[in-house]
Ligand binder design. Structure first.
Ligand code: NAP
Length: 182
C-alpha cells in the first residue's frame, strides 16, 4: 500500500470492464484516482462502490476522449485538484464486429478517434507535466489485435496497430542502436 499512497492514477474508460477493475484495484492499493468515461451515472456508481478510505480521494471527470481539442483543459482540471499525476492509464476504447465491406468509413474514423487519437491527445497533454515533475508513467491498453489483424475486426485492429506504431520502442533499436533513449 505504501508504494501507492499519495499517488494519483488517472484511468480512462473507468465506468465499466477493465477500467472499472483497475480503478478498484488501485483504490485498494491506496492511490488517489481520476476516473473518466462518458457516462456520469456509471462513474458515480463506481465511485460509490469504492467506498470511503481515509486519506484517499477520487475525482470523477466525465469526458469523451475523442474530443481531443479538450484534452489540455481536462489535464488542467486534474492538476488543479491534485497538482500531480503519477500514472495515466489510457484504457478507454471501443470495439467492432463487422465485415469491412459493410462498415461505413464513419465507423472506421470513429474507432480511430476514440482508440488512437483519444489516447495520443491525452498522452501529449499530460507529458509536459510529467516531464516537468521528472516522473510519471503512461500506460496504453492495446489488444492482441494490435499485433495481428483479425476476422471482423479491421477497424479495431487498425486502431490498436496504430497505437503500437506511436508508442512502441525497441531499446536498443535493432537497426539504429545509436538512437537516443527518449
Ligand atoms: N475485453 C477484452 O477482451 C479486451 C481485450 C483486449 C483489449 N481490450 C481493451 O481494453 C480496453 C477496455 O476494454 P473493456 O473490455 O473493458 O471495454 P468496456 O467494458 O466496453 O469498457 C470500455 C470503457 O471505455 C469507455 N469509453 C468508450 N468510449 C469512450 C469515449 N469516447 N470516451 C471516454 N470513454 C469511453 C466506456 O465508458 P462510457 O461508455 O461511459 O464512455 C467504458 O468505461 C479497451 O481499450 C479495449 O480495446 C479489451
Amino acid at each position: 500500500m505504501e508504494k501507492w499512497r499519495g499517488k494519483v492514477v488517472w484511468i480512462t474508460g473507468a465506468s465499466a470492464g477493465i477500467g472499472e477493475a483497475l480503478a478498484k484495484a488501485f483504490w485498494k492499493k491506496g492511490a488517489n484516482l481520476v476516473l473518466s468515461a462518458r457516462r456520469a451515472s456509471e462513474l458515480e456508481r463506481v465511485c460509490r462502490e469504492l467506498g470511503h478510505a481515509p486519506g484517499q480521494s477520487v475525482l470523477s471527470l466525465v469526458i469523451d476522449v475523442a474530443e481531443t481539442e479538450q484534452a489540455a483543459g481536462w489535464v488542467s482540471q486534474v492538476m488543479g485538484v491534485y497538482s500531480q499525476l503519477d500514472v495515466l492509464i489510457n484504457n478507454a476504447g471501443v470495439s467492432q464486429r463487422s465485415y469491412a465491406i459493410e462498415t461505413s468509413l464513419d465507423v472506421d474514423r470513429r474507432i480511430m478517434e476514440v482508440n488512437y487519437f483519444g489516447t495520443v491527445a491525452l498522452t501529449k497533454a499530460v507529458l509536459p507535466y510529467m516531464l516537468k515533475a521528472g516522473s510519471g508513467d503512461i500506460v496504453v491498453i492495446s489488444s492482441i489485435s494490435g499485433k495481428f489483424g483479425f476476422y471482423l475486426r479491421s477497424a479495431y485492429a487498425a486502431s490498436k496497430h496504430a497505437l503500437h506504431g506511436f508508442f512502441d520502442r525497441e531499446n536498443p533499436h535493432p537497426y539504429f542502436p545509436e538512437c537516443p533513449d527518449v
